[in-house]
Design a binder for this molecule. Structure first.
Ligand SMILES: CC(=O)N[C@H]1[C@@H](OP(=O)(O)OP(=O)(O)OC[C@H]2O[C@@H](n3ccc(=O)[nH]c3=O)[C@H](O)[C@@H]2O)O[C@H](CO)[C@@H](O)[C@@H]1O
Ligand SMILES: C=C(OP(=O)(O)O)C(=O)O
Length: 411
C-alpha cells in the first residue's frame, strides 16, 4: 500500500465478529434451524462453521446469511487443530454442555496478546455440576443435568460470562451471574437466545439472571455492526485525514472511542445510519488513555489508535490493562520511524510528522490492522506480511479502504 491519500466516502460496516461467534455456538442449543443475517465472511466465522460441522450441524450460506441446522449433534469431540487456532472455540464448551452434557476438546490456544487461560470458565462450570478431567493438551467436561447457581465472577471476563449464559439457558433453576462482563456482544448473544425462547434478564449489566427453560425454538437474528471494525476505519481516517461515513457503525457502543477521536481533532457526526468523521488538520496527542472493560476504551482498538498517536502533535501515553502482551506492534511501528517506548504495560508515544513506508509483519489481528492504519498515513510503500491474521476479523479491509480512496492491494 502507498500512504498519503485522504479517505473520502462511505463504507458499510460488517457484522460483529465477537457477537456472531458465540451466537453460532448458541445455535447448538436449538434442535432445529436458525438463520443468522449480516454474518461477516471472515476466517474466524469459517473456523466456527467447520467446528459446528464436525459436531454434526448442517451449515449453509447465502450472501451474508448463514443458516445452521443443529437438529442432529452426533459428536462431542473437537479436533485439536481447529480448536487451538481460534480462541472463540471455547464458546462451544457451554453450548455443548447445555445440548448433550459432554465435550472433549483441546485447550483453545493462547496467542501472542497474552496467556489467556480459561480458569474462570472452568471454575464457574464446575459450580454448575460439571466434572472436568484435565490432561496436558485436552480436557473432558461432563454433566448429567446442569444446575443453576448464584455465582460471582472475580473478573468480568467476556468469554466466561458468555459460557455461563450458554450453559445456564437450559439448566435446571435460576442462575445469577454477578460481576458479569457488560460488552455489547454479550447483549447480542442474549437477544439471540431470548428470540429463541430463553429467559434472561440484565443482559449488558453487571448482574445477569437466567431462568432455565426446557427447550429453545428455531429463530432468526440480525448481527449488529462491528464496533471494532468501525473503530479501526475511524482511526484510519484520523491517521490519513479526510471525511468518511461509517454506515451501520453502532455509535452507542463506540463512545469510548469517539471522545478521544474528537480530542485528537476529528469532528464526529452521529445519526441513525451510522457515524461520520472529518479530519482536516494534524492530530493532537492524548496525554493519557487506558484500555478498560466496557464501557471503557476497548483493548481491541489499542494498537490501531497507537498508530494514529504515532503521527499526532505531542506526547501520548497508552496503558493496556486487559492483556499482558498487546504491545508487540511497537517494533513494527518503529520500523516505520515511530518514536515509541514501552515500560511494563505503558507505551510512551512521541508523535512525529510522518511515518515512512516499510516491510512489516502482522503477528496478530488488531496489531495487523494497526499496521494498515500506519500504512495509510506513511510516506511511500508499506508491505504488510501475514495478512491471514487480519482476515480473521476483517471481511475485506483492502476493498473497504480502496473504496474510501486508499491505495491498497493484495499482492
Ligand atoms: C471472541 C471475543 O469476544 N474476543 C474478545 C473477548 O476475549 P476474551 O473473552 O478472551 O476476553 P476476557 O474478557 O475473557 O479476557 C480478559 C482478561 O481476562 C483473562 N482471563 C480470562 C478468562 C479466564 O478464564 N481467565 C483469565 O485470566 C484473560 O487472559 C485476559 O487477560 O474479550 C476481550 C476483552 O474485551 C476482547 O479483546 C476480545 O476481542
Ligand atoms: C483478541 C481478539 O479476538 P479473539 O478473542 O478472537 O482472539 C480481537 O478481536 O481483537
Amino acid at each position: 500500500m502507498y500512504g498519503g491519500n485522504f479517505l473520502r466516502g462511505e463504507v458499510k460496516i460488517q457484522g460483529s465478529k465477537n457477537a456472531v461467534l458465540p451466537i453460532m455456538a448458541a445455535a447448538l442449543l436449538i434442535k432445529g434451524t436458525c438463520v443468522i443475517k449480516n454474518c461477516p465472511r471472515i476466517a474466524d466465522v469459517y473456523l466456527m462453521q467447520n467446528l459446528l460441522q464436525e459436531l454434526g450441524c448442517l451449515v449453509t450460506w447465502s450472501e451474508n446469511t448463514v443458516t445452521i441446522d443443529a437438529s442432529n449433534v452426533i459428536d462431542s469431540a473437537m479436533s485439536g487443530e481447529s480448536v487451538s487456532s481460534m480462541r472463540s472455540s471455547v464458546m462451544l464448551l457451554g453450548a455443548m454442555l447445555g445440548r448433550i452434557g459432554e465435550v472433549f476438546m483441546a485447550y483453545p490456544g493462547g496467542c501472542v496478546i497474552g496467556k489467556r487461560p480459561i480458569d474462570l470458565h472452568l471454575s464457574a462450570l464446575k459450580e454448575m455440576g460439571v466434572e472436568i478431567m484435565e490432561q496436558e493438551h485436552f480436557f473432558t467436561a461432563k454433566v448429567g443435568r446442569l444446575k443453576a447457581m448464584d455465582y460471582t465472577l472475580p473478573f468480568p471476563s467476556v468469554g466466561a460470562t458468555e459460557n455461563i449464559i450458554l450453559a445456564a439457558v437450559l439448566a435446571e433453576g435460576t442462575t445469577t451471574i454477578r460481576g458479569a462482563a457488560k460488552e455489547p456482544e454479550i447483549t447480542a448473544l442474549c437477544e439471540f437466545l431470548r428470540a429463541a425462547g430463553a429467559d434472561i434478564e440484565g443482559a449488558g449489566e453487571q448482574t445477569v439472571v437466567i431462568k432455565g427453560v426446557k427447550e429453545l425454538r428455531e429463530t432468526r437474528y440480525t448481527v449488529p455492526g462491528d464496533r471494532i471494525v468501525a473503530g479501526t476505519y475511524l482511526i484510519g481516517a484520523l491517521a490519513a485525514g479526510g471525511s468518511i461515513f461509517l454506515e451501520k457503525a453502532p455509535s452507542e457502543h463506540m463512545k469510548a472511542l469517539l471522545k478521544p477521536a474528537a480530542q485528537m481533532g476529528g469532528t464526529i457526526t452521529i445519526n441513525k445510519g451510522g457515524v461520520g468523521i472529518d479530519v482536516i488538520r494534524r492530530l493532537e496527542a492524548i496525554p493519557y488513555l487506558k484500555t478498560e472493560v466496557y464501557d471503557g476504551f476497548p483493548t481491541d482498538l489499542q494498537s490501531p489508535i497507537m498508530a494514529a498517536m504515532a503521527v499526532a502533535h505531542g506526547d501520548s501515553v497508552l496503558e493496556e490493562t486487559i492483556f499482558e502482551n498487546r504491545f508487540r506492534i511497537v517494533d513494527e511501528l518503529r520500523k516505520m520511524g515511530a518514536d515509541i517506548r514501552t515500560e511494563k504495560n505503558k507505551a510512551y508515544i512521541s508523535g512525529i510528522e510522518r511515518l515512512k513506508g516499510a516491510v512489516v509483519e502482522a503477528e496478530e489481528l488488531r496489531g495487523g490492522a494497526a499496521l494498515v492504519v500506519a500504512g495509510l498515513e506513511a510516506e511511500g510503500e508499506t508491505v504488510i506480511k501475514n495478512r491471514h491474521f487480519i482476515e480473521r476479523g476483517y471481511e475485506d479491509i483492502c476493498r473497504d479502504l480502496r473504496n474510501l480512496g486508499a491505495d491498497i492491494n493484495i499482492r
